[in-house]
Design a protein around this ligand. Structure first.
Ligand SMILES: C[S@@+](CC[C@H](N)C(=O)[O-])C[C@H]1O[C@@H](n2cnc3c(N)ncnc32)[C@H](O)[C@@H]1O
Length: 332
């Protein structure tokens, strides 16, 4: 693996670095043991972070039959990097359920852009067992029957995703156009899209090839602009005004989650948590998402931290609006 590769950007005025070392507190001396740059720095840091999440999910799943939920939530909040990860996982499970219910017996496929280690599979396996233990009905397919497609710019992550999931039907590639066919569900984290999407047509293309698209994104409220973030990579905020036309021309509907989507005045951006689907699948997804969350909230009520675990504080994760209506209502 080359150590000097700039990737995801044609600019080379920025770089990622990862420094490892020790500090002798008595001598007041810092020693650098190793320094990695560029792709290797990014991949080694993110590998540890996402491997930690993956192991935490497998640990929680293994302890689920005996442990009480307070003990599981302690592992969750100590180990999982993004506090809303379980909530994002619930949405993925609702999407798989909606696809399965609409076509019983058919193989469902799930594509993530920027899957890293494909730890979302382990998160979903834990989620499925939580629902089963709490006797919450949900028509999730057997995750070993799902076709998983990962499109990540990092060959290192693609190899590891496959090595870590030998029991799953999983294929990875580095280029969107090399993926093995379309998938029912398209998922991407906002930061991955900010790295990868250089033009709105690219995002439209990802969505056109899926039955359900789940993603978050931040648009610039001014002109399009690029900025380097702490990972050393350059992200691009596309202009909202220029993107709306393309998004309106998509064949299916784009909704945003009302309470989670909002302008960020400091950054002059609009954050949106989105669902893309047709008029049958979209409402079916919303109903699974709503009913699973409300059953979980009911079963876990009284447990400290349950609202954070389910990301349901102040009515978050409820209520959707078509994106054009949402944007008009903001009077930007
Ligand atoms: C923050 S991580 C992904 C998050 C993770 N899958 C999750 O659900 O939290 C960003 C991922 O996007 C990948 N990536 C960066 N630029 C990309 C690009 N242009 N195309 C595809 N993947 C990219 C990185 O290698 C990394 O695996």
């Amino acid at each position: 693996m080359p150590n000097d590769v700039f990737y995801g950007s044609d600019r080379n005025q920025t770089l990622s670095y990862l420094e490892f070392g020790g500090i002798d507190l008595a001598a007041g001396k810092k020693v650098v043991w190793d320094l990695k740059l560029h792709q290797k720095a990014y991949d080694w840091y993110m590998c540890s972070r996402y491997a930690n999440d993956l192991i935490a999910y497998r640990t929680m799943q293994a302890r689920l039959p005996q442990a009480d939920f307070a003990a599981l939530l302690k592992i969750y909040f100590d180990e999982i990097h993004h506090q809303n990860d379980f909530s994002v996982t619930l949405a993925k499970c609702a999407a798989l359920s909606a696809c399965r219910a609409s076509a019983p017996g058919r193989t469902i496929s799930f594509c993530e852009l920027g899957q890293t280690l494909f730890g979302c599979i382990d998160a979903m396996a834990f989620c499925r067992d939580v629902l089963a233990r709490l006797e919450i009905p949900c028509p999730l397919p057997d995750l070993r029957d799902v076709r998983w497609i990962g499109v990540d710019i990092s060959e290192f992550f693609n190899h590891l995703s496959e090595l870590l999931h030998p029991d799953y039907r999983l294929k990875t590639c580095t280029e969107w156009n090399s993926r093995p066919g379309d998938a029912d569900i398209f998922f991407a984290k906002g930061v991955t899209l900010l790295y990868a999407v250089r033009h709105i047509d690219q995002l439209s293309d990802y969505l056109r090839h899926a039955k359900i698209g789940l993603f978050d994104y931040s648009f610039s409220l001014g002109p399009e602009r690029e900025v380097m973030i702490g990972s050393g990579k350059v992200i691009r905020y596309l202009s909202l005004a220029k993107s709306l036309e393309s998004l309106r021309n998509l064949p299916n509907r784009l909704w945003v989650k009302i309470k989670d989507s909002r302008p960020d005045n400091q950054n002059n951006t609009l954050y949106v948590d989105c669902l893309y689907a047709d008029l049958e699948t979209g409402p079916a997804f919303m109903e699974y998402d709503r009913s699973i969350r409300s059953a979980l909230l009911q079963r876990l009520s009284g447990l400290s931290g349950a609202d954070l675990f389910l990301d349901s504080q102040d009515g978050k994760n409820s209520g959707w609006l078509p994106m054009p209506e949402f944007v008009e209502g903001l009077s930007l």
